[in-house]
Design a protein around this ligand. Structure first.
Ligand code: FES
Length: 140
């Protein structure tokens, strides 16, 4: 025995990518609600960007996240590095269309919350998480 065994870096395996949680519940991605939007293209585009990111970006599809009146909803979860730098999960409402999708991809590819500043136009679409929105309504 003399320290020649395998060495593991603690925490290295736990590094998480910046993750797009894409709602595809009852309203988000529903062509009856937004018939002029190509929802399938958007999801394909996001998956392709994740595949091209070398593991820095991931996409998860979720059932209804809550704020259906702001469909399509996408939550951007910070990477491990982003979280360590103070980044928080960011909720984006009315997240559809080419421009919004490309801005989302640009942001998460650059590092996402805590690492890179969001595009200004995308920032206008930030919405409070459902719990915060409910608390704000209760305070009035
Ligand atoms: S279906 Fe997306 S928030 Fe409800």
């Amino acid at each position: 025995m003399g320290g020649s065994g395998p060495r593991f870096r603690v925490g290295a395996a736990a590094a998480r990518p910046c993750t797009l949680v894409v709602c595809r519940g009852c309203c988000c991605g529903n062509p009856r609600k937004y018939p002029r939007i190509d929802h399938d293209w958007q999801l394909d585009r996001l998956h392709a960007a994740a595949a091209d990111s070398g593991g820095r970006v991931a996409v998860r599809v979720s059932d209804c996240l809550g704020p259906c009146d702001q469909a399509n909803v996408i939550v951007v979860q910070p990477s491990t590095a982003g979280r360590q730098a103070g980044g928080k999960a960011t909720w984006i409402g009315f997240a559809m269309g080419d421009d919004c999708t490309e801005e989302l991809i640009a942001w998460v590819t650059a590092g996402g919350p805590g690492v890179a500043a969001p595009p200004a136009a995308l920032e206008l679409q930030f919405v409070p998480p459902p719990r915060e929105a409910k608390a704000a309504r209760t305070r009035r």
